[in-house]
Every structure is written in C-alpha cells, then in structure tokens.
Design a protein around this ligand. Structure first.
Ligand code: TAP
Length: 497
C-alpha cells in the first residue's frame, strides 16, 4: 500500500541526503571545498548544503567517464548483462521510492504525493523500458552486391554530458541515464542547482546495482561554471540538455567553440489548448485544461498555457475552468489534499508575478487569482491564475511563464485557431478538443509541434517519442527507440568476400 503524505512528512524529518559530488564511483568533496545550500521552496529553509563543483571537478568526472568507457567495463558487457544491471537500478529506486519522493518534494516544493505517484514511477518506468530494449536491438546488413557485405553497426558515442532542469529532476535524469547507458556510454550529470538531491541518491544506488565506477557521475553546481565547463569540455562527445531555450542556445555555442560535440536540446514551450465549439460535455475537457496548466505548479515544459477557445464557447468554458481551478488546493506539499505546491524559488516566483503584472499592463483581464499567497509560511506560493481577453501578441501569450497562469484567447474559425496556435517561436506540444474527426485530422497535422494530443493531455508513455519543433528542441527525440539513436553512432563496415 502506498504511503500517506503524513508518513512521508515524518520521513522528511529524519532523511539525510547525500551531499557530495559523485565521481568515479565515490562521493567526494568539490575540488575547491566550496558548497552551496539547497532551499525548500515551501518554507524558504535550507534542506542541505551540497558540494559546489566547478571546472576542476568536471575535468575529474569526464576523465573518470572516459576511462570507464575506454576500459569497456560497461560497453563491453554483454547486452543482457547491462540490461540486468539497469533493471537492478530500477528495482532499487522502487525499493526506495518513498525516500526519492521526499527528496524531490523538499527540493522542488511539489506535492509529495505527486512525486510519489507520478515522478518516481515515471523514472522507474523509464529505466526499465530502456533496460528491456538493450538486448533487442539488431544491427543491419545493407543490400549491396553478392561479393561484398556492408554492415551498419551501432556504436556508443562515448562520454555524454547531461544538464538537467529543476522541474522534474529525477524523471529527467532517468530520461538521460536510460538510453545513454543502454547504448553503452558513460555519463556526467549536472543537476540544476536547486534540485541536486535525487540525482545524488540515484548515483549511490547505481553503485549498489553494480554499474561500474565512472559510468555515472553527478556534479552538483551552477550552470555558468560546471554546466558551461561540461558544455565546453573537449573530451565530452555529446551534450544532452533539458532546460530553457536561451540556455540551450549557449550549448550550441559551447560546442562550436570547443570540439563540435553532438548537442541535443529539449527546450521550452508555449503550448496551445484548442477547444472547438462542437463539445457537449465540457467536464472532461476542463479537467484536462486544469491538469495541463496547474500540475507541477505550471512548471512544466509542455504546460497548456494558452487556452484557444471558439468565441461562441468562451463564456461557458471559462466559467467552468474557473470553478475547477478554485478546487486546486495550494499549500504545504506534505498535506494529503494539496494539489499545487510552491514555485521553485523566490526569483522564479517574482518572475511569474512579473508576467502577471505585464498581462494586466498590456490590457488582459484577471479572471481568477494573480497573487502570491501563504507568504507567512516563508514559501513561494502563487494561486491558480486565469487571464481573459488575451491577444496572442501579448507578452503573457508569447513568453514561457512556467507558472500556474492560463491565458484565454478566442478564435472564430479553424484556420484562425491554427494560425494563433502556430504564432509562437515554440513548438513543443498542443492539445485539441473536438468531436469532429475531420477537424481532428486537419488541425493535428497543421500544428507545428512535436506532440499533438487530441481529446487528451498525454505524453507519459516511454514507448512514444517526445521532443520539440522550432525553438522547443534540437537534435533528436527523447523516449522510445529514437532516444537510443541519439546516443549512438552508426558505423558502416564494407567487407570484400
Ligand atoms: P535553465 O535555466 O535553462 O537551466 C537548465 C540547466 O542549465 C540547469 O542545470 C542550469 O544550471 C544550467 N545552466 C544555466 N545557465 C547555464 C549556462 N550559462 N551554461 C551552462 N549551463 C547552464 O532551465 P530551468 O530554469 O532549470 O528549467 C526550466 C526550463 O526548462 C523551461 O524553459 C522548460 O520549458 C524547460 N524544460 C524543458 C523540458 C523539455 S523535455 N522540453 C523539460 C523540462 C524543462 P543552474 O541550476 O545553475 O541554473
């Protein structure tokens, strides 16, 4: 039976997180001896003081990852043995799932039951899915002439650097580790400065699972120092980044100015939710709209932050959306009935409030919320917020707010809906609600986004690729078999018979 929020709150009082960097199979202090605090966003209090790595630590970790790769301690294991080790890691995460949920909650401020029931199972499923794939990938022989064989074989790319954001720290770390290790590579992970604790715990379990020293390394630290050093490192073969579009661009520059490493970018979004006027039962649609923008405090790359509704439906839909949003209890992440926790940090909360002010200034109407709440807790809480009367040219419709703020925009016909949906630099995801099959086909093909969900808000399955069009992504797809190919290179071998 799953733990209650109360039980997890008790665990939080006694938990002792790993706080050192993990390099070459051991927890070590940073070379400089410096450390930094990670803060609980729900209280503003320090959770732990963590080793602050920098360039020298990056050099050590990359050297360890390279050495493990060159020795072949992981890549030369039989695929079935690598599968067993990665499955063992998944089992260990499952065994310690409460601990992971608590650490994730303390670091991110998200509801602990969301961490337990969504983030942690997602990470476990990711590791298992990629582990199971390891010994089911076959190479190919190309159709050439009878006296020559040309084989196309997959080989690991080598040392992969992974730079992780703070919104789904464990789940995104697993999304990198799964296919990177499945391919036989080594990895150096730089978690977000706000959320290093679950990646460090995962590293400890990787050692316990029998994954060889140097194959997984974790470097807590800042982006401008550790992150940049990893991006610029000449012995890193591939850099896999998830985060903002702005920082993603830096990694292309780092690669260009160093060794032209392969760069994979999973970036921001400003996803539209299109509701046509043929829907009779708004109940399920409203549920999905709420989940799309309020789950994880709206700190979700594919958050449905622009509600595009047919003008004839707007008043009815907005009324139902507002009633639903009012039922989302915001507050203590360790309370059983909390549905929305705290924003990640004070700076980000202020940024979100700044966008709300920009919305008002530019003429949009606050239909619900708009304020910081529960200030007395020391935490960074914002209430669910709905804007009406938004023009797609406004700042709140163009920029990624990364908070619980929904902008309502009206349209008059399908063509206008598609034009507004596509009028953004982003192209990560979109939702469409309609009962008309013709519109479902037409619109889902016309929208320039990596994922279009019709009559649902769905992206969870490991078997399905995920990634962005336009400035939401670069270089590949995560999840599914496409993720494996991102961390492999294809070699052609000609053999005269
Ligand atoms: P960022 O500010 O871009 O940070 C992401 C990572 O990059 C952090 O580890 C950060 O380190 C590091 N970083 C920051 N500046 C750097 C620099 N100059 N050089 C090298 N590394 C640097 O994003 P965030 O605020 O953590 O996360 C929110 C963003 O991530 C949103 O835009 C969201 O849409 C996107 N995101 C996208 C997806 C997918 S799958 N598309 C999934 C989740 C999140 P610090 O911790 O020191 O800042």
């Amino acid at each position: 039976m799953s733990s209650t929020a109360q039980e997890l709150a008790r665990l939080a009082e006694t938990i002792r997180p790993e706080t050192k960097a993990f390099i070459d199979g051991r927890f070590v202090d940073s070379a400089s001896g410096k450390s930094f605090d990670t803060i609980n966003p729900a209280t503003g209090k320090v959770v732990a003081s963590v080793a602050e790595t920098d360039r020298e630590d990056v050099d050590r970790a990359v050297a360890a990852a390279r050495s493990a790769f060159n020795k072949g301690s992981w890549r030369n294991l039989a695929p079935r043995d690598r599968k067993v080790a990665l499955l063992r890691l998944a089992d260990l995460v499952e065994k310690h799932q409460e601990e992971f949920a608590v650490l994730e909650c303390l670091d991110t401020g998200k509801p602990v039951l969301d961490a337990l029931n969504a983030d942690v199972p997602d990470a476990i499923a990711t590791l298992r899915w990629h582990a199971e794939a390891i010994d089911k990938i076959y190479d190919a022989v190309s159709p050439t002439s009878a006296d020559i064989v040309s084989m196309v074989v997959r080989e690991p790319i080598g040392v992969v650097g992974a730079v992780i954001p703070w919104n789904f720290p464990l789940a995104i770390t697993a999304v990198k580790i799964g296919p990177v290790l499945a391919g036989g590579n080594s990895i150096v992970i730089k978690p977000a400065e706000q959320t290093p604790l679950t990646a460090l715990r995962l590293a400890a379990l990787a050692a316990e699972a029998g994954i060889p020293d140097g194959v997984i390394n974790v470097l807590p630290g800042y982006g401008e120092t550790s992150g940049q050093a990893l991006g610029r490192h000449r012995d890193v073969d591939c850099l896999s980044f998830t985060g903002s579009t702005e920082v993603g661009g830096y990694f292309l520059k780092y690669a260009a100015e160093s060794n032209l490493k392969r760069v994979l970018l999973e970036l921001g979004g400003k996803s539209p939710v299109i509701v046509m006027d043929d829907i009779d039962d708004l109940g399920p649609v409203v549920e999905q709209i709420a989940l799309g923008i309020l789950f994880s405090q709206g700190e979700n790359c594919s958050a449905g932050s622009r509600l595009l509704v047919h003008a004839g439906m707007k008043d009815r839909l907005l009324e139902a959306v507002i009633e639903n949003f009012k039922t989302w209890k915001v507050g203590d992440p360790f309370a059983e009935d909390t549905k929305m926790g705290a924003m990640i940090e004070q700076k980000h909360m202020e940024r979100v409030l700044g966008y709300i002010e920009a919305g008002k200034r530019e003429g949009a109407l606050v239909a619900l919320g708009g304020n910081r709440i529960l200030e007395q807790t020391g935490g960074y809480f914002i209430e669910p917020t709905v804007f009406d009367g938004v023009a797609n040219s406004m700042t709140i419709a163009q920029e990624e707010i990364f908070g619980p703020v929904l902008s309502t925009i009206t349209f008059n016909d399908v063509e206008e809906a598609v034009a507004i949906a596509n009028d953004t630099k982003y192209g990560l995801a979109a939702q469409l609600y309609t009962n008309n099959l013709h519109i479902a086909h037409k619109v889902s093909r016309a929208i320039r986004a990596g994922t279009v969900s019709v009559n649902c808000f769905s992206e969870g399955d490991q078997a399905v690729p995920f990634g962005g069009y336009k400035q939401s992504g670069f270089g590949g797809r995560e999840k599914s078999m496409l993720a494996h190919d991102q961390y492999l290179q294809f070699k052609t071998i000609w053999m005269q018979l």
